[in-house]
Write a protein that binds this ligand. Structure first.
Ligand code: GDP
Ligand code: IMO
Ligand code: MG
Length: 421
């Protein structure tokens, strides 16, 4: 029997999941995105060309069977743009979207923008794409789903019912003036429904029927520390990102998974919130520049810091990875010393577990172990044994500290820049 494989990010997102899903999709039949919305940004690089993705699963370049499960919130305009982009390049998009998936509506974006302004200094750094509000409506059962989008009569009824309430809320609470009418939203979304209708299908059923016979790769978006419950709340996204959430977000029974955790060789985060190993010195700038650490969607500079074993221990506890994939190791080349935080100091005590309380995380100061760097270019290396000795020492230390094997090491953005271990 094929165990389903799940890819999760072990940090604050942008670990390189898109690249890894692209690499692993070659050997898979189905690629299923199970959470998040177009606030995710995954870049796949093929022969120098960059393919940015925010909703389509990163298996698209292999023309695999693709799925968007009900855990994903769908901005139809963005999805159609991505489909058009690939079809123009003669890449067939073989996609199924679960009718239960909720939509991102224009008023979700307006609400996001209004609340972020209101929070001032304490803002989450939301991309204002309306993702949090799309999940809010989904949970409150005010959501408009894919099944409604493809049925103009129901779509009109729902928009006419929901929108006036939301409009009142935006105008009264946030003092925001909005001109868009329910009729305009309906017209726009009706046209999306006409185009997306052919993709609607029961993803849960399709996955359950094929679990035993097909190789299925589940693509998680975001990262463990952006998990809406277990992450650095409230500086998180609105959805679960940990491996176990795949069952309810797709709709198949709990079972053993091959969970692979993607770990960037250092740590980054975009937006607000605590970041214990953040670097404010030139090394931080070097990581940011060499790693091209700019948001795929937002183009914002990502904050950079050392690898954090306290975080990874917690991520491993939550995800139960059977293996890790270490990415962007090439970015560390030429640094004289590389550090890993092994513990934190909190109120004069040495701790090894990531605190539950954000107030405590904010007070944590990392304790580092130092490693000697290497100067050799990793770009063309194809075998583990060819990696510089100090590089292998760094990799072995991560495996030992975490007790999880590193299965692949990524040393460049291109599909081929990967070493099996
Ligand atoms: P995701 O959100 O986890 O899919 O990651 P992103 O795609 O947002 O960010 C990772 C960035 O690093 C992308 O621009 C990738 O092309 C790039 N990348 C992925 N793996 C590597 C690697 O091993 N080395 C380098 N230098 N870049 C990589
Ligand atoms: P991928 O899949 C990095 C961050 C946002 C913001 C916070 C809340 O590319 O790894 P939201 O739009 O959900 O209201 O934003 O979460 N964030 C991410 N950061 N990578 C991501 O996804 C992210 N998805 C959300 O920057 O701080
Ligand atoms: Mg990303």
């Amino acid at each position: 029997m094929n165990k389903p494989t799940v890819i999760v990010g072990m940090q604050w997102g942008d670990e390189g999941k898109g690249k890894i899903v692209d690499v692993l999709a070659k050997e898979c039949d189905f690629v299923v995105r199970f959470n998040g919305g177009n606030n995710a940004g995954h870049t796949v690089v093929l022969k120098g060309e960059k393919f940015p993705l925010s909703l389509l699963p990163s298996g698209v370049l292999w023309q695999k069977k693709l799925f968007l499960s009900q855990g994903v919130v769908i901005a139809p305009d963005i999805l159609l743009r991505e489909i058009d982009y690939f079809e123009k390049r003669k890449v067939k998009v073989d996609l199924m979207i679960d009718p239960r998936a909720n939509l991102v509506m224009p008023y979700h974006r307006l609400l996001d923008a209004a609340t972020e302004e209101e929070k001032g200094e304490k803002k989450v750094g939301s991309l204002k794409l309306g993702i949090g509000y799309a999940y809010e409506d989904r949970n409150n059962r005010h959501g408009i789903r894919m099944e409604d989008l493809v049925d103009p009569k129901i779509l009109k009824e729902k928009i006419t019912k929901v929108y006036p309430q939301v409009k009142k809320r935006i105008e009264a609470v946030f003092n925001y003036r909005i001109d868009i009418t329910a009729e305009e939203i309906y017209k726009e979304y009706k046209s999306y429904g006409i185009r997306l209708k052919k993709y609607a299908g029961d993803v849960s059923d399709a996955i359950c029927r094929n679990l035993k016979t097909k190789k299925i790769l589940f693509e998680g978006a975001h990262g463990t520390f952006l998990d809406g419950n277990f992450g650095t709340y409230p500086y998180t996204t609105a959805v679960n990102t940990i491996s176990g959430s795949v069952f309810s977000y797709v709709g198949f029974p709990p079972q053993e998974l091959n969970t692979l955790g993607v770990v960037k060789a250092y740590t980054t985060r975009v937006g607000g919130g605590p970041f214990p190993t953040e670097l404010f010195d030139t090394t931080g700038n070097v990581l940011q520049e060499k790693g091209s650490e700019f948001g795929t969607v937002s183009k914002r500079k990502r904050r950079c810091g050392w690898l954090d074993m306290v975080m990874l221990r917690y991520a491993q506890r939550l995800n139960g990875c059977f293996g890790l994939i270490l990415t962007k190791l090439d970015v560390l080349t030429n640094l004289p010393n590389i550090k890993i935080a092994t513990h934190y100091m909190l109120d004069g005590k040495k701790i090894s577990e990531f605190p539950t309380s954000l107030r405590e995380v904010e007070k944590c100061r990392p304790i580092y172990k130092s490693f000697a760097g290497w100067r050799e270019d990793l770009a063309k290396i194809k075998r583990y044994s060819q990696l510089p000795k100090n590089c292998r020492i760094y990799i072995a230390a991560i495996e030992k500290m975490l007790g999880v094997p590193i299965k692949y090491i990524s040393v460049g953005a291109e599909r081929g820049d990967i070493i099996k271990h």
